[in-house]
Design a protein around this ligand. Sequence first.
Ligand code: URA
Length: 210
Amino acid sequence: MKDHLTVVDHPLVQHKLTLMRKQQTSTAEFRQLLREISQLLAYEVTRELPMTTTPIDTPMQEMDAPVLAGPKLALVSILRAGNGLLDGMLELIPSARVGFVGLYRDEETLKPVQYYFKVPTQLEKRLVIAVDPMLATGNSSVAAIDMLKEAGATDIRFLCLLAAPEGVARMQEAHPDVPIVTAALDERLNELGYIVPGLGDAGDRMFGTK
Ligand code: URA
């Protein structure tokens, strides 16, 4: 994946995203749309996975057929909203290994602090896809990717639903080697750090907490 930022402009992605942005969309609809859109985004972010061939017998004859190569990829959810993207992606890539990164913001320093970190073994040999629906300030995404690199990951992609220009710039500065795949690049962050026009708080909308 050459570009630092890929906006998935497929019509189905854009249509579903519009439904998700709407204030009136219920929690149940939001979850269902997230599951559907995450499969379409998974398709895009895995487009260049390495392939090999394996000999098989079809009912007609033998052939060398294409299969995914190498160790299973690792999906890493940045808690808690990352879990919404993760669920849909696992439907498409059921054999993926899964990790979790939990971060909270220290109210004094405003810096992200790790409270949970559990990732698959042999991270250095896997494609690692970190997932978080909202790339806002980029602080937690940058911190999560710092931790994944410390754990050995070298081939990382970041998948989100919405990105703010501020978050993209922060990621580009801190992790220029990590391509970002998103369904949309929105206008800006507001004074509270929310993406506008955005869709509100992704965690609250998918879990019905508010
Ligand atoms: N996190 C969210 O859930 N929404 C935003 O707009 C920004 C960060």
